[in-house]
Design a binder for this molecule. Structure first.
Ligand SMILES: Nc1ncnc2c1ncn2[C@@H]1O[C@H](COP(=O)(O)OP(=O)(O)OP(=O)(O)O)[C@@H](O)[C@H]1O
Ligand SMILES: [Mg+2]
Length: 348
């Protein structure tokens, strides 16, 4: 069954595209570009549960005040806490879309291609609750391909692997539709968690997710690099007192290796799911990596080594999905979201 959302391009008000990421919410407004890129976070008071802040200010508040509980309402690319997701989106739209034109915009929201009907219902409720007049739901690989300018001139097909914080969404896109896709619950945040577990196990040191992420950004690489190290601060598990450890690039690589293998498996699965006649197209099209996680140094080399297909990172990797979703809302694209989630059981 096709989505009951035909052409949305015939409405005059400014189209708004949203990437509801597990780590970052990105908002694009037609004619203005990306107006927001803020952490997916809500700060609530521990005692009363009252919402105190959202996005960047929520993170800042939780960092300096003890009585604040930080909620990450989007998990695995879908709203896990519907009320907080909607409140966060409404607040971000209000603060970044000042001006009269934003009353009830047409909206596009990107979703993981493996989303189920219940999750899709949650996304729709959040979008309409946050003020959408009409909604286009775009699977991430289709948005990422459009945002990365794919398929390239002379190609019919594009293979896109969007590596986010929680989700790696790989799709083979043919004529604007998903020929196949594979979603794995792995991403940059999985790597951070692996670094946390390693540091606790080897050094008896508990480090914060933000510290693990900084270590990954400092010495992490998809192909092992030697002789680099990073100092991390944390809390000693035995004494409860502040302590430090030095992590080498080899250790960080070993810690994130299972996550990297899972990313490679997801790419394999999406490509292997396609008919053999596509093989020639794949060789010339290659694989394009998008998402923040694609910026891990040498990830494209690893994917290329493991799949035998040429791989590259899109220049606008982190913003490709929201840019692409915005592109698909433009009048001349007339995107027809003829896509249904994999279980194909209900209309929406
Ligand atoms: N230069 C970099 N090297 C390695 N990882 C990076 C780099 N820049 C960003 N990342 C990682 O990218 C991840 C965030 O990517 P992105 O913003 O695409 O996620 P998201 O869309 O919020 O999440 P998801 O798509 O899983 O819902 C984080 O884990 C972050 O650490
Ligand atoms: Mg994402």
């Amino acid at each position: 069954m096709r989505l009951a959302l035909s052409r949305l391009s015939d409405f005059p008000c400014r189209a708004t595209a949203i990437d509801l990421g597990s780590a970052t919410v990105r908002i694009h407004v037609d004619g203005r570009g990306i107006v927001a890129s803020e952490p997916s976070a809500v700060a609530r008071a521990r005692d009363s549960g009252r919402v105190l802040a959202t996005g960047t200010s929520a993170l800042a508040l939780a960092g300096r005040e003890r009585g604040v509980r930080l909620v990450h309402p989007i998990r695995n690319g879908v709203p896990a806490e519907a009320e907080d997701t909607e409140g966060m989106l409404r607040a971000l739209l209000r603060s970044h879309l000042r001006g009269g034109h934003m009353a009830k915009p047409r909206m596009a929201v990107t979703v993981p291609s493996g989303i189920n009907q219940v999750e899709l219902g949650a996304v729709r409720a959040v979008a309409y609750g946050a003020g959408a007049r009409r909604l286009t739901v775009v699977p991430t690989p289709i948005a990422a391909a459009a945002g990365a300018g794919l398929p390239a001139e002379g190609e019919d097909v594009a293979i896109v692997a969007d590596v986010g914080a929680h989700v790696t969404d790989v799709g083979v896109v043919l004529s604007g539709e998903l020929l196949s896709s594979n979603v794995a619950l792995v991403g940059g945040s999985t790597m951070d968690q692996a670094i946390i577990a390693h540091t606790r196990r080897e050094y008896g040191l508990v480090i914060a997710p933000v510290t693990a992420e900084a270590a990954k950004l400092s010495v992490g690489s998809a192909i092992a690099v030697r002789d680099r190290q990073v100092l991390v601060h944390g809390v000693d598990v035995r004494t409860g007192l502040p302590n430090t450890a030095v992590l080498t690039s080899d250790e960080v690589h070993a810690a994130i290796a299972p996550a990297l293998a899972a990313i490679v498996r997801a790419v394999h699965a999406a490509v292997a799911d396609c008919p053999p006649e596509m093989a020639g197209h794949f060789i010339s099209a290659g694989i394009t990596l998008t998402g923040g996680g694609a910026r891990l140094p040498r990830l494209e080399e690893l994917v290329q080594e493991e799949t035998g297909l040429c791989a590259r990172v899109a220049p606008n990797a982190a913003d490709a999905t929201v840019t692409g979703a915005a592109e698909l809302l433009r009048p001349f694209r007339g995107y027809d979201p003829g896509w249904t989630p994999p279980d194909r059981t209900a209309a929406f």
